[in-house]
Design a protein around this ligand. Structure first.
Ligand code: GRF
Length: 219
């Protein structure tokens, strides 16, 4: 399966994908797109993967020309912050996925990105957060959820601490969903144990923060 990854920032989720999608993987990143001169583009350039900055990220025709010229099967939004233009969503219906740093359907929607997500989770008093991967439709963060991985929220967490813990599971979840999609020929729904079965390495307690939960949270 030929994958395009869209980013807006440092690209740590792109890096996790590149790490997991080795030469024998059923999925290959053939294009990295950005709406700006994102630092993560250098990860693609270092591996000779075409990296394109869209001059106007709202120009659906420009998106489609690029996706078609690289024969892309699946678009992965990995920290991409802009809306994907409607013609792209229509042309790639059910073939665009996004990673979100909270347990959808909660804590998503317009304006819910970066630190604001984690602040909202902490303010809610929730004892768990996590990462979600969902299909992208015309609405922010509302397409069907494909898979989620949970992490604990600790009593004295700062937004930064929670964000780091969630990011570690984003790096597990997104490659697992992409690999499962490549094996099935389309994005599929996965439960937590199916997520880990798609990875080359089983996540440890250090990845998920669950060791911290055992010692610090009452049952
Ligand atoms: C991640 O938390 C992602 O879920 C969110 O933005 C962050 C991007 O991180 N949408 P990176 O660019 O992949 O490092």
């Amino acid at each position: 399966m030929r994958i395009a990854v869209a980013i807006s920032g440092r690209g740590s989720n792109l890096e996790a994908l590149l790490h997991e999608l080795g030469p024998k993987a059923p999925a290959r990143i053939v294009l990295v797109l950005s709406d700006r001169a994102a630092p993560g583009l250098t990860l693609a350039q270092a591996r000779n993967i075409p990296a394109e900055v869209l001059p106007d990220s709202a120009d659906g025709d420009a998106w489609l020309r690029l996706l078609r010229s690289y024969d892309v099967d699946l678009v992965v939004l990995a920290g991409y912050l802009k809306l994907v233009p409607h013609p792209v969503i229509s042309a790639y219906r059910d073939r665009i996925i996004n990673v979100h740093p909270a347990l959808l359907p909660g804590f998503g929607g317009k304006g819910m990105y970066g630190r604001r997500v984690h602040e909202a989770v902490l303010a809610s008093g929730a004892r768990e957060s996590g990462a979600s991967v969902h299909l992208v439709d015309e609405r922010y963060d509302q397409g069907p959820v494909l898979a989620r991985l949970r992490v604990p929220v600790l009593p004295d967490d700062t937004p930064e601490q929670l964000s780091e813990r969630v990011l570690r599971v984003e790096h597990q979840l997104l490659p697992a969903v992409v690999l499962a999609a490549a094996r099935a020929g389309r994005p599929v729904v996965l439960n937590e144990s199916q997520v880990t079965s798609h990875l080359s390495r089983t996540p440890t307690a250090a990845d998920t923060g669950l060791a911290a939960r055992d010692s610090r949270l009452p049952e």
